[in-house]
Ligand binder design. Structure first.
Ligand SMILES: NC(=O)c1ccc[n+]([C@@H]2O[C@H](COP(=O)([O-])OP(=O)(O)OC[C@H]3O[C@@H](n4cnc5c(N)ncnc54)[C@H](O)[C@@H]3O)[C@@H](O)[C@H]2O)c1
Length: 247
């Protein structure tokens, strides 16, 4: 899969966003990566092949500037990848008694950031005659648990549904929109597993393919869905979880 002369905006520069950005740059794309945090050490590419924007993806002014500067500097936008998200284990619990301020914050980050990036990227893709988007939801969108993170899970379910709506509303513009549903992945989001091999082994044991997911597993799926090889796939979900939800 080659992405020469294509331009991507990657929203969220944590474990997956960084891996996806580096893979897109290696495959010939120019990439704008955006996150609240300072630029990650591992972002690599030839001079002029990437830009890093530090800011809040729930802030419409920041998102508008991110999209406009990317289009201005790189000549347009072909791809959007939404990876920004938060999973606040301690504060995001049951809808029945959790702090509703936390509920709103989770929805702002996990869903509204996706609304904003898509809203501003779509006109740029229309100018190019098409484009592709990948949004990261979670297998948590598909099934409930005794110990819930209700804001996280339901915001991720909403991501799936909004992606379908984008796919249908903009199919005539040749803009594709798909969702990836990762299972457990070793990344900064799952810092609780870091340096805890026993805990990692216990999670891996529950996964039919016998291991935790990697950010590379997710990046591979993402680049496929963005690529021309996936040109007939839109409004769809790809579960990348080692078989966890199939069992
Ligand atoms: N890691 C997993 O096990 C897992 C499983 C299922 C789904 N996911 C989803 O995949 C996506 C990527 O996950 P990851 O593992 O790379 O997580 P991560 O925590 O490494 O990265 C998420 C990034 O989002 C950024 N972010 C949060 N709020 C922001 C804001 N308001 N503005 C800008 N940036 C903001 C964070 O700074 C962080 O760098 C997330 O949406 C996550 O919910 C992850």
């Amino acid at each position: 899969m080659r992405f020469n002369d294509r331009v991507a905006v990657v929203a969220g520069g944590g474990g997956m966003g960084l891996n996806i950005s580096n893979d897109l740059i290696s495959a010939g794309a120019r990439v704008s990566l955006a996150d609240l945090k300072p630029e990650p050490d591992g972002l690599r590419g030839e001079a002029g092949s990437f830009r890093y924007y530090r800011g809040d993806l729930t802030d419409e002014t920041f998102v508008r500037a991110l999209i406009n500067k990317t289009a201005g500097e790189f000549g347009g936008i072909d791809y959007l990848v939404n990876t920004a998200g938060v999973l606040w284990f301690d504060r995001d619990t049951s809808f029945s008694n959790m702090d509703l301020g936390v509920w709103d914050q989770v929805f702002n980050i996990n869903l509204k950031s996706f609304v904003l990036t898509s809203r501003y990227a779509i006109p740029q893709m229309q100018k190019r005659g098409g484009g592709a988007m990948v949004h990261f939801a979670s297998i948590d969108a598909l099934r409930a648990e005794r110990k819930p993170q209700d804001a996280y899970a339901t915001s991720k379910a909403a991501v799936i549904r909004l992606s379908k709506s984008i796919a249908i509303q903009f199919a005539a513009d040749h803009i594709r929109s798909n969702t990836i549903l990762p299972g457990p992945v070793l990344s900064p989001m799952q810092d609780r597993w870091r340096d805890k091999p026993d805990l990692q082994a216990a999670v891996a044991e529950a996964i039919p393919l016998g291991r935790l997911g990697t950010t590379q597993d997710q990046a591979n799926a993402c680049l496929f869905l963005l690529s021309d090889e996936a040109s007939f796939i839109t409004g769809s979900e790809l579960i990348v979880d080692g078989g966890l939800t199939a069992q």
